[in-house]
Design a binder for this molecule. Sequence first.
Ligand code: ADP
Ligand code: 5GP
Length: 193
Amino acid sequence: MNKGLLVVVSGPSGVGKGTICNALRSQYEDLVYSVSATTRLMREGEVEGVNYFFLSKEDFQEKIADGAFLEWAEVYGNFYGTPKWVIDAELTAGNNVLLEIDMQGALQVKKAYPESVLVFILPPSEEELAKRLSGRGTDSAEVIAKRLACWQQEKAMLKHYDYAVVNDTVAQAVEKISRIITAEECSVKRMEN
Ligand code: ADP
Ligand code: 5GP
C-alpha cells in the first residue's frame, strides 16, 4: 500500500484557505483534515477540536519541548502547531492528509517531508484580498493592516511551492486542488512497488 499524500494549503491571511479547506473536507470525506493547536483566542462559531485545539501559551511551550509538533510557528503574534503523531499515523495508514498552515510552517513541512505537496492559494488581486479580509469581519483594522503588510513579503515564498491556485471562485479552486491530488496519486515516482 502506498503512503497517503500530505497536502499543504497555505497563502496569505484572508485569501480563502479556510473556506476552500472546508469545502474540500465536505466534498472529499476520505481526506483527513489535520486540526492544529493554537494559542489564539477562539472566534465566535469556532469549536474546540474541530477548528483548533485551543491551548495556553504554557501548554503550547510544553508540547514544543516534548517534540509533539511536526512544525510550529508564531503567526501574527500567536502560536500555531501541527500535531506530528496524527499526521504520521494517517499517512502510514494510506490516508491523504490536508494541512492548512502558514507559509513558514509549509516550508518546515517540506523540509521534514520532501514528498509533501505544497499548494499556494493566491488572491485574484490585492484589492480583492483587502476586501476579503475586511469582509470577513473577524479582525480589527489594525490586525488587517498587519496581515496585508505581511503579504508583501509572503509573495516571495511562492517559488518554494509545487502548485499555485488562484482563488477566483471557491468551486474552481476546490476543483483544481482535487485534480492536483489525483495527478500526484498517479505519479510514477510515488509508487512504492
Ligand atoms: P483565510 O482562511 O485564508 O484567512 P477565509 O477562508 O477566512 O480566509 O476567507 C476570508 C473571507 O473571504 C471570508 O469572508 C470568505 O467567505 C471570503 N472568501 C473566501 N473565498 C472567496 C471567494 N472565492 N470569493 C469571494 N469571497 C471569498
Ligand atoms: P487564523 O488565526 O486566521 O485561524 O490563522 C492564522 C494563520 O495561521 C493562517 O495563515 C493559518 O494558515 C495559520 N495556521 C493555522 N494552523 C497552523 C499550524 O498548525 N501551523 C502553522 N505554521 N500555521 C498555522
